[in-house]
Design a protein around this ligand. Structure first.
Ligand SMILES: Cc1cc2nc3c(=O)[nH]c(=O)nc-3n(C[C@H](O)[C@H](O)[C@H](O)COP(=O)(O)OP(=O)(O)OC[C@H]3O[C@@H](n4cnc5c(N)ncnc54)[C@H](O)[C@@H]3O)c2cc1C
Length: 316
């Protein structure tokens, strides 16, 4: 069984769900998973890396230097004789993966939605051309390095490793993170939420996003997203933008409110599980990718939907 190294981010003493999904991707291809963790609390969090046979904790760099950590992960990949490297397509995963691929002289594959065994090695599937095509990609002879799209793979339902061996970071840091600040609000990030309710220019003005926020709050596990048009208008922060120049999301449920469905928006959400579109124009392109389409005025439909969701939640 070939080995795959999975870089695992952790918070509050536990491996983040996005990284558990990356382990799930490796496990879905029958790989033996080695979890690599960095930072304070890594050894404690390692046990929660469900599906990993083994864990390696990186030591010796308290401030996180992406280049020094990438060099250390590369050393682990080489010493384990791994045929694959995976990280979740988070900011950190997107930062580390190409650096590691460069060390190994292979191409990194971003935002993959399938991970498959191919003999002793691996292949991935990832959307191409703004999601209009799916490419199957592999590497000849080298280690396959990829990031996994969030909310696509299932974590492994099983135990994590019983201990964590240490690997010292030895490369000198060219760049270091000097400080980090938690976001002022603890809102769920749009690409980690299992439900995303996004609003577009059809909402007419920033204050009207209240109906989108109310619907998201009724679901409970939802984040608010936005089209670029409304981000450009300063109605919503860029962190909420979904699409080609924003975030790529794949929640179980994506609700698009007053969004036309331009190709650049679809690029960021078309792999969502179930897509619901609410638009007063029956010809809007969003309906071509929607599983359920509601033609009508968002200001009538969204509040009614919010009440319906609340009623269902109250019964459960
Ligand atoms: C290089 C490049 C990158 C881009 N990247 C992105 C990106 O990452 N993400 C992104 O979203 N866009 C991106 N865009 C912009 C994209 O092309 C569209 O302009 C944008 O997505 C349109 O946003 P919208 O659907 O909110 O607005 P509009 O296109 O103006 O659509 C508004 C919709 O609301 C509907 N509507 C109006 N009133 C109501 C109502 N009362 N009830 C219900 N529906 C109503 C209308 O019928 C219409 O369909 C990019 C463009 C370029 C060129």
């Amino acid at each position: 069984m070939s080995k795959v190294i999975v870089y695992c981010e952790h918070t509050g003493g536990n491996v983040r769900r996005a990284s558990l999904e990356a382990i799930g991707a490796a496990a879905s291809a029958g790989a033996e998973v080695v979890a690599v963790l960095w930072g304070e609390g890594a050894s404690g969090a390692a046990a929660s890396a469900a599906g990993a046979a083994k864990a390696v904790c990186l030591t010796g760099d308290a401030t996180f230097s992406p280049d020094a950590v990438a060099a250390a992960v590369t050393e682990v990949i080489q010493s384990e004789g791994a045929k694959g490297f995976l990280a979740a397509a988070t900011y950190r995963g997107k930062d580390l993966c190409p650096r590691i691929a460069a060390h190994l002289d292979v191409s990194p594959f971003a935002d993959c939605i399938e991970f498959m065994a191919a003999g002793e090695s691996f292949q991935v599937k990832r959307p191409w051309l703004a999601g209009k095509a799916l490419a199957t990609l592999g590497t000849t002879g080298g280690v396959l390095c990829a990031t996994t799209r969030l909310n696509v793979f299932e974590p492994v339902d099983g135990p994590g490793p019983s201990d964590c061996s240490e690997h010292a970071i030895s490369a000198s840091a060219k760049a270091t993170v000097t400080s980090t600040e938690a976001k002022a609000d603890a809102k769920l990030d749009v690409n980690e939420a299992s439900v995303v309710v996004s609003g577009g220019r059809g909402l007419q003005e920033a204050a009207n996003f209240k109906i989108v926020e109310d619907l998201a709050a009724a679901f409970g596990n939802a984040a608010v997203g936005a089209s670029r048009a409304v981000v450009d208008l300063d109605w919503r922060p860029h962190g909420e933008q979904v699409g080609q120049t924003g975030k790529t999301v794949a929640p179980q449920l994506y609700v698009a409110v007053g969004i036309s469905g331009a190709i650049q928006h679809l690029a960021g959400m078309r792999t969502s599980g179930v897509i619901v579109a609410i638009n007063k124009d029956a010809e809007a392109p969003i309906f071509k990718v929607a599983d359920y389409g509601i033609v009508g005025d968002a200001f009538e439909i969204v509040p009614a939907l919010t009440e319906a969701v609340k009623a269902v939640k109250a019964q459960s």
